[in-house]
Ligand binder design. Structure first.
Ligand code: NAI
Ligand code: GGE
Length: 289
């Protein structure tokens, strides 16, 4: 598809990877709706575009992606103010890692609520309108290489959510394709961002009863390494993926061997295939249209 003249709705669009994607989509002629839980990030992003005489092409919305009703309202606001969207980027996310032994249900609800339900809520709220407008379009979901690579227990909540985002994207591809809507799952390695501020971004209703309070303070002190990738470089990769409808974008090749070993071990665990009646309950006949 062509990016010129489209509207893009980007969650977590006011910082890090989402902001890098936003800059590059705007460069290619898209109008932006940036949705973010942090008003300070939104104000900063809006000012950045105003300084470049692009303020009229950028609308900001304060949004918690784990809030279904708020996501539905944001979809209405996007359509009313900027039209569309034609491009949906479900990117907002946090780092909910910590010692697994100390994880509480609050930590699970927070980690899955933002990192997995966020993209699901985005797709549920926006895809009916995208289909109905009949213009086609594209959906980008930000997962992580941590959703594919075997991860330590410290990152289990994050890894479960990101594995879900990969499968979510793969599994809706055929359905979205019927309405000419492409899908991409972004699997980044380390990118320069403010993800270490995740403790500040934990929605109010997930704050009490966390087992990770101390871990979040420690994470907040982490410094961004010069060796990590620039978000605008990720933005370039996403522009290419939207234009050419690429299912997968991985920013780094560093965990190739881990992924290969994982799949080799799974394949090695599989016996020889046998004749098998898939059964009426499992085989879904193609819809006749
Ligand atoms: P970031 O913190 O710089 O940007 C994320 C933005 O999302 C922030 O502006 C934050 O306020 C916002 N946000 C957080 N929770 C939200 C919520 N509930 N509703 C709406 N907005 C919310 O972090 P970064 O790194 O750019 O993160 C973006 C995505 O990239 C996340 O999904 C993260 O898991 C993923 N990712 C990041 C990697 C990295 O190395 N930075 C690597 C792999 C994946
Ligand atoms: C840069 O900060 C983070 C973070 O705090 C949490 C998660 C991530 C980055 C990423 O999603 C990555 C980096 O690719 O996840 C990994 C973290 C540690 C080891 C391996 C990872 O992915 C393969």
């Amino acid at each position: 598809m062509k990016i010129e003249g489209t509207t893009a709705f980007i969650t977590g669009g006011a910082s890090g990877i989402g902001f890098g994607i936003a800059q590059r989509l705007l460069d290619h002629g898209a109008r932006l709706v940036l949705a973010d839980i942090r008003q300070d990030h939104l104000d900063e992003a809006k000012q950045f575009f105003e300084e470049r005489q692009q303020g009229r092409n950028v609308h900001t919305i304060r949004l918690d992606v784990s809030d279904r009703a708020a996501m539905a309202e944001a979809a209405k606001e996007c359509e009313a103010v900027m039209g569309g969207p034609d491009i949906l980027v479900n990117n907002a996310g946090i780092d909910p890692s910590g010692p697994f032994e100390q994880a509480t249900y609050q930590d699970w609800d927070y980690g899955l609520g933002v990192n997995l339900w966020g993209p699901i809520n985005g797709i549920m709220a926006f895809s009916p309108g995208m289909r109905a407008r009949g213009r086609g379009g594209h959906i980008v979901n930000t997962a992580s290489l941590a959703g594919l690579t075997p991860m330590p227990s410290f990152m289990v909540i994050y890894a479960v959510a990101k594995a879900g985002v990969i499968t979510l994207t793969e599994s809706i591809r055929d359905s979205m394709a019927k309405d000419n809507i492409g899908v991409t799952v972004l699997m980044p390695g380390p990118i320069k961002s403010r993800i270490h501020e995740s403790g500040q971004n934990r929605p109010e209703r997930f704050r009490s009863g966390s087992g990770f309070a101390e871990t979040e303070v420690q994470l907040g002190k982490r410094v961004v390494s010069d060796t990590w990738m620039e978000p605008t470089e990720v933005g370039d990769m996403i522009v290419d993926a939207i234009v050419h409808n690429k299912l997968y974008v991985a920013t780094h090749g560093n965990w190739r061997d881990n992924v290969r070993e994982r799949f080799e071990a799974m394949i090695a665990a599989m016996p020889e295939p046998v004749d098998f009646d898939f059964g009426a309950s499992l085989s879904v006949p193609d819809k006749e249209d």
